[in-house]
Ligand binder design. Sequence first.
Ligand SMILES: C[S@@+](CC[C@H](N)C(=O)[O-])C[C@H]1O[C@@H](n2cnc3c(N)ncnc32)[C@H](O)[C@@H]1O
Length: 277
Amino acid sequence: MAALDLSPGLFVVDGTLGAGGHSASIVEKLGPSGTLLGIDRDPMMLDHATQELQDAQCRTVFARGTYAELESLLSDNKLSKPDRVLLDLGLSSDQLADESRGFSFQAEGPLDLRFDTSSGRPAWQVIDESSESELTEILQLFGEEPAADEIASALVQRRPVATATELTQLVTAVKSKTSRENLHDATLTFQALRIAVNEELRHVERMLNDVLPAVLGPGGRAVVISFHSLEDRIVKNAFRKTDIWQNQTAKPVTATPAESRLNPRARSAKLRVAVRR
Ligand SMILES: C[S@@+](CC[C@H](N)C(=O)[O-])C[C@H]1O[C@@H](n2cnc3c(N)ncnc32)[C@H](O)[C@@H]1O
């Protein structure tokens, strides 16, 4: 929260509203004259957050969509340039717990993995319609999965793969010899497919390289928390552009051991901050 440098009256965009945890702390600092625009691709998360933030004193506006379309979401809602933009990338624990979306290894529902089920293709369909080499590339690029070749080959032989449970069983069988401690065998495969079906890196790239520089005025501040090395690289390279940004974090801020113990998700989190020139 300190990274956002909040004060009463500011206009803050939470581009990844999730369950509204960060926004609940943000609105406390904005006072009645402040404004929060909360954005999420997932309507279920928007519902959660709207409830969580119903007693906010400041003006709150909620929008379904991608942060990468921030410019049109601002104009649709007649909002001007924000003072602060927060992105907390990736998946929320509520999405992970939703059995009908396939995010968790044991889910019996369809292997969907989309944040917004009204657009794009679900993961089971991507598995069904991709060639073995396309699947290998997804697993290597977005999952950095060492057994990408073997898993892609097994997917092509055994598809259709309808549920998360089926995918978990398939990956566990392939990887039984190469397991890494502290990481479920299927973690990197699920991550890779989720990033692919949601085109997550394309949204991050567009936001960091085009949208944020355009929407933030001088002194406007961007705070980005990422969980994947490819995302972090996009953020790091964007904030290095010294004609656009005053980079506030030469090295990313990472969680302390105590924070990681309390919240295991924080273990791989990297936070970067930059101020628009
Ligand atoms: C890690 S959670 C955010 C948690 C939130 N900070 C909180 O405190 O509850 C990430 C959220 O971002 C959403 N999301 C992912 N990609 C998005 C995008 N391109 N645009 C808007 N929301 C996105 C997901 O649906 C998810 O709800």
